[in-house]
Design a protein around this ligand. Structure first.
Ligand SMILES: Cc1cc2nc3c(=O)[nH]c(=O)nc-3n(C[C@H](O)[C@H](O)[C@H](O)COP(=O)(O)OP(=O)(O)OC[C@H]3O[C@@H](n4cnc5c(N)ncnc54)[C@H](O)[C@@H]3O)c2cc1C
Length: 408
């Protein structure tokens, strides 16, 4: 039997940060990782660039987690975005926000983030057991016992950081839910949170791969208009990209068949100004083809769909009367799309659902059911929007869990 102070299951961002934090308090720490390397999901974040966090005051970051804002408050204050950036800066990795507030390492490399975490673990003598997919855990006389094929480890505290069920090829296969329920925890059904949406309209497939830099996508949920702004991309089955992912987070668990959404392709110009611009522009050059005019702002294939939808395709701008001009403006500002469902959870960026936070103390990340048992990261029923929020939560909750597990 190998004795350790703290065992951690999962070497993702939450588990690695929890281990660093516990080891800083002088504890012996062992991490069990199913893969033969650490941070498999971390390495693919931000398309390999790693959107580490989001710039903002803690209260702004916390608010972005709504409806989970109350639960994340303590851990975000425990380890803020500024402190996270400072942690990596002290280890030689600067990071900086882009125009939209998303923070990336200046090297644009997720592997630098992973490397620094691993170097810290090594410096702090944290033992990582690679290729050890934990199957069962028991609690005997207050100790957490983890058997493997070759040895058994006993620990005074256990931190479960196994992630959700999205992108299972990275190792997050939902094992944490199994362990949590075995200890009496309730699991909120996992659903896809930041995910592409499947649309009924067949033209999406024709536009697949075509992106628009900035749109605002909206839906009415329980009578309230919910919008998100950012880039979007057409896919073979519908739409994706950050603006759509954020909207999907609000639709999670709600979107059933035929959910109407609308796309504003020109969110920075209001409808009246747009119509005035068209009126002046059309009068100045009445012989131009309307599709060519629209394709100055959007790729030709999308301009074609917009014009077809506005019933002005093939027309010269001089032939467009006030009614049709208004229709064109309305199409650009409120393009309707029917959402049939979201893509499957395996393709989602994050999982909503997981270990029910009602049974977790948000000030310590400790289970309210079993002393010495802690959770951090995506295994919990917490998800944030696109933009670095989910990694910030993994790091913040990992730090809080590690520190408190060290006091057991
Ligand atoms: C494509 C993609 C891009 C993303 N980009 C961003 C981004 O730019 N910014 C952002 O904030 N968020 C991003 N996310 C989300 C973010 O990566 C996750 O929220 C974050 O990795 C969660 O961290 P975690 O440590 O809780 O879990 P994970 O990173 O999922 O790590 C869990 C670990 O536990 C291990 N494990 C699971 N079960 C067992 C077991 N039984 N025994 C041993 N080990 C086990 C797994 O192998 C894995 O290594 C992205 C997600 C995806 C899929």
């Amino acid at each position: 039997m190998i004795d350790t102070d703290i065992s951690i299951i999962g070497a993702g961002p939450a588990g690695m940060m929890a281990a660093i934090s516990a080891a800083e308090c002088g504890k012996s720490v062992a991490i069990f990782e199913a893969n033969t390397t650490a941070g498999r999901k971390l390495l693919v974040t931000g398309r390999g660039r790693c959107n580490l966090t989001h710039i903002g005051k803690p209260d702004e970051i916390i608010k972005a987690f709504t409806p989970f804002d109350r639960f994340v408050r303590h851990c975000i204050y425990e380890f803020t975005p500024d402190e996270l950036m400072e942690f990596f800066r002290q280890h030689g990795l600067d990071s900086a926000p882009e125009e939209d507030g998303c923070v990336f390492p200046t090297t644009n490399s997720a592997s630098d983030v992973n490397r620094i975490l691993l170097e810290e673990l090594q410096k702090k003598d944290v033992k990582i057991y690679y290729g050890k997919k934990v199957q069962t855990i028991t609690n005997e006389n207050g100790l957490f016992i983890i058997p493997t094929d070759k040895f058994t480890v006993s620990a005074k505290a256990l931190i479960i950081t196994t992630g959700g069920v999205s992108w299972p090829q990275t190792g997050s296969t939902g094992d944490g839910y199994k362990f949590a329920s075995a200890f009496g925890h309730k699991i909120v059904e996992p659903i896809a949170a930041l995910v592409p949406l499947i649309a009924e309209e067949k033209f999406c497939a024709e536009l697949a791969g075509l992106g628009v830099q900035k749109v605002s996508v909206s839906a009415k949920i329980n009578g309230k208009k919910i919008s998100s702004t950012g880039a979007m991309i057409f896919t073979h089955h519908g739409i994706g990209g950050p603006a759509v992912f954020d909207l999907s987070r609000n639709l999670a668990g709600i979107a059933g068949n035929n959910y109407k959404i609308s796309i504003d392709f020109v969110p920075d110009i209001n409808a009246d100004v747009l119509e005035k611009n068209f009126t002046e522009d059309f009068a100045a050059n009445p012989k131009r083809n309307v599709e060519l005019v629209v394709s100055q702002f959007f790729p030709r294939a999308l301009a074609n769909i917009i014009c077809l939808h506005s019933e002005v395709a093939q027309a010269q701008v001089g032939q467009i009367n006030k009614k049709l001009r208004k229709k064109l403006v309305d199409t650009l500002k409120n393009f309707p799309l029917t959402i049939v469902s979201s893509q499957e959870i395996e393709r989602a960026t994050v999982t909503r659902g997981g270990v029910d936070t009602a049974e977790i103390d948000s000030k310590t990340m400790q289970s309210k059911i079993l002393k010495g048992l802690f959770f951090a990261g995506e295994v919990l029923n917490i998800d944030g929007p696109c933009g670095g929020y989910n990694l910030q939560f993994a790091f913040s909750s990992g730090r809080l869990a590690g520190k408190n597990a060290a006091s057991i």
